[in-house]
Design a binder for this molecule. Structure first.
Ligand code: AHR
Length: 345
């Protein structure tokens, strides 16, 4: 009997041990399950990351665009290209016109950052003063594309620059003036907006190629507008009269304003005063057909298609080149009438 009791106790103990050990195994099971679950956790985390990396489509894009203003025919064509291309592509475009004021462009860019747009495009009215705002865009993870004009900022603050080589444009203009005044002469210069990239570069490019026998007797800003171009040319004529044999205008609008001033003064633009300007807008073709403008060097404003292509690539994380130059030509009166109907701006 005693032996039987001992056996019973031994059996009970055995059950207890087996029971305990199977009880201990229970938490292990979830632990084992937890292990794959833990492994699964990164997989779950990876899933949203993959979703975030899924490439955006053009029609998903929200674009903030801080335009300079509407100072010239060129700018009007540039704005139309950005707006109409955006519409055709189904982009959500938020567009602002800064009326040629840097502070307006700065606050437009800050609003786009606050709105959380995908990408920002802007044409810096002047070259300096953009670092802080572009750093803010970078901190918010929003790529910035400089269009038409470049700002003087470190490379890491923008995705790319799409626009012209303004130095080359100035150099072409210098060569054209040399051809128009082979015996030399005295010329005046209508400079663009002070501190802007095209004004700075067209100023220096022109001097790179201008012959020594041509003297620049005066150089003043006409702010890229027709009205200012006329006003400054009137002042030049008052000061130098028919001493002036040539005019270099940093854009067609100022040249067109100056042509009016020259005619009102009683001289013949294009003959008494040879004129070279930049942009190749329709107004310049009309002036060439009328014999009042000698040469226009092209600066292409139709940047909309290239801008959105670059914007999408930047948003999708592609490394873009520092500069995407636009292709440009030079136009003369000889075939201006033939080309005018084809001009899109
Ligand atoms: O930045 C481009 C220049 O700006 C154009 O040549 C001029 O017409 C415009 O206003």
């Amino acid at each position: 009997m005693k032996k039987l009791s001992l056996l019973m106790i031994a059996l009970l103990l055995l059950f207890a041990i087996v029971g305990c050990s199977s009880g201990a195994a229970e938490p292990a099971a979830p632990a084992e399950e937890a292990a794959p679950a833990e492994e699964a956790a990164p997989a779950e985390e990876a899933a949203p990351a993959e979703e975030a990396a899924a490439p955006k489509k053009m029609e998903d894009l929200v674009v903030g665009y801080a335009q300079i203003g509407a100072e010239s025919e060129w700018r009007t064509a540039n704005t139309a290209s950005i707006q109409s291309t955006g519409e055709a592509l189904g982009v959500d475009l938020r567009f602002s016109d800064a009326q040629q004021k840097q502070e307006n462009q700065l606050s437009a860019i800050r609003s786009y950052i606050a709105e959380g747009v995908d990408v920002i495009g802007f044409s810096p009215v002047v070259e300096t003063g953009w670092e802080t705002v572009l750093q803010e865009a970078k901190d918010a993870g929003i790529p910035v594309i400089m269009v038409d004009r470049r700002a003087d900022v470190p490379r890491d603050l923008y995705a790319t620059y799409l626009g012209s080589d303004f130095v080359v444009e100035g150099e072409k203009a210098g060569n054209e003036m040399n051809n128009l005044l082979p015996e030399g002469g005295k010329i005046v210069e209508l400079v663009g907006t002070v501190g802007s990239a095209p004004a700075n570069d067209r100023y220096s490019g022109f001097r790179n190629t201008l012959n020594d026998n041509i003297e620049i007797i005066d150089s003043q800003s006409g702010d890229f507008t027709r009205a200012k171009g006329k006003e400054v040319m009137e002042a030049f004529l008052k000061k130098y009269g028919d001493e002036i044999t040539g005019l270099y205008a940093h854009n067609d609008d100022m040249a067109i304003g100056a042509i009016q001033a020259i005619e009102e003064y009683g001289l013949k633009p294009g003959e008494d005063i040879k004129i070279v300007s930049i942009d190749a807008v329709r107004g310049a073709f009309e002036a060439m057909i009328a014999g009042k403008l000698n040469v226009t060097v092209e600066c292409n404003p139709l940047l909309g298609p290239q801008f959105y292509d670059l914007a999408l690539r930047a948003v999708n994380g592609e490394e873009l080149p520092e500069w995407v130059p636009s292709e440009e030509s030079v136009y003369y009166p000889d075939n201006a009438a033939e080309l005018l109907p084809e001009r899109q701006y």
